[in-house]
Design a binder for this molecule. Structure first.
Ligand code: PBG
Ligand code: MG
Length: 338
């Protein structure tokens, strides 16, 4: 599209507005504030437990008591929500991930503790079986290791309802089974949870950028050399993402997610412009790890590329961003306002 009133140089000098900070601010087309951030956290059993994740410098797994302390800072910083990822021991895992819908499971207890301590902080839960299966797949497998769709959906429904029963504000199926949003929505309605939001990981790609996350939740070891190609999307596809998102919206999703982030911003842009629904993006563990590695080597300015990467997601059309940088970015924004 040509500019509606094309004018020639020197009547137009595009550098004029860039000449001062005040005019750069006035013509800035996109904003990034703490309102746009969601903080993913890894939850551990026990008390006063804090474990570093080596492939994610600066990220720690926390026991519920320490997570509750962290939640106070999130509220103070103006971050609207957390996304919980439980880390359970191998003894609690089995072939079908039955610990996932235990009403007193780690995620369910974490939800209750957070909602009690910080009622205004939105709590999102991950609906998928991978933290709870011995094989590390997101669903229940047959003898050949194929993840069974409809059997898995039944398990996911139990998991999602148990999260809502515990007080989760948003359940976020990240499993990529077909039909799970409709099934979860129906069960939530039947259970009276009419305002529980569903954030559907609608276009989740079979990405190698998830490596550090699998270290963090301890699903990597069991997972070994297998992959998730039979349910997560092929990175070569883009129309298919529109199809996935449209279906999840039709099934009752309130918000949709594109994942990973920076390598998939074309998808974020298409989804937002074509479907016009609340569109979130996940800056995943591998993206975080790359930024941190470059920063620690002195190769990139960490704060600057962090903010640039987040703004790029906003510019592409993301309404909110799940990012391990949420706290660091919100602290930086607070300090810059002072
Ligand atoms: N349900 C699995 C899940 N939920 C979030 C992530 C990745 C998040 C990240 O890399 O930060 C994954 C990884 C996977 O599909 O194996
Ligand atoms: Mg789908």
């Amino acid at each position: 599209m040509p500019h509606p009133t094309p004018r020639a140089f020197p009547a137009t000098r595009l550098r004029r507005n860039r000449a001062s900070e005040f005019s750069r601010r006035l013509v800035r087309e996109n904003q990034l504030t703490p309102d746009h951030l969601i903080y993913p956290v890894f939850v551990l059993e026990g008390e006063q437990q804090r474990e570093a994740v080596p492939s994610m410098p600066g990220v720690e797994r926390l026991s519920i008591d320490l997570l509750v302390e962290q939640a106070a800072e999130l509220v103070e910083l103006g971050i609207p929500a957390v996304a919980l990822f439980p880390v359970v021991s191998l003894e609690q895992k089995d072939l079908s991930g039955t610990a996932a819908w235990d009403p007193d499971g780690l995620a369910q207890r974490a939800v209750r503790a957070l909602k009690q301590a910080q009622p205004e902080l939105g709590v999102m839960t991950d609906v998928a079986l991978d933290p709870f299966t011995t094989h590390g797949q997101d669903g229940i497998i047959d003898h050949d290791g194929y993840v069974l769709n409809d059997v898995t959906v039944e398990a996911l429904v139990k998991q999602a309802v148990s999260h809502a029963d515990a007080g989760a504000d948003v359940v976020a199926p990240s499993d990529m089974m077909d039909g799970r949003v409709a099934a979860i929505r129906e069960a939530l309605e039947a259970a009276g949870h009419v305002n529980t939001r569903i954030l559907a990981y609608s276009a989740k790609y079979a990405s190698s950028y998830y490596g550090p996350f699998r270290d963090a939740v301890g699903s990597a070891g069991n997972f070994g050399k297998s992959n998730k190609f039979s349910y997560q999307m092929d990175p070569a596809n883009s129309d298919e993402a529109i199809h996935e998102v449209a279906m999840d919206l039709a099934e009752g999703a309130d918000m949709v997610m594109i994942k990973p982030g920076m390598p998939y911003l074309d998808i974020v842009h298409r989804v937002k412009t074509e479907l016009k629904a609340p569109t979130f993006v996940y800056q995943v563990s591998g993206e975080y790890a790359m930024h941190m590695a470059a920063e620690q080597n002195g190769w990139l300015d960490g704060d600057a590329v962090m903010m640039e990467s987040l703004m790029a997601m906003r510019r592409a059309g993301a309404d909110a961003i799940l990012t391990y940088f949420a706290v660091r970015a919100a602290r930086l924004m607070r300090d810059q306002r002072r």
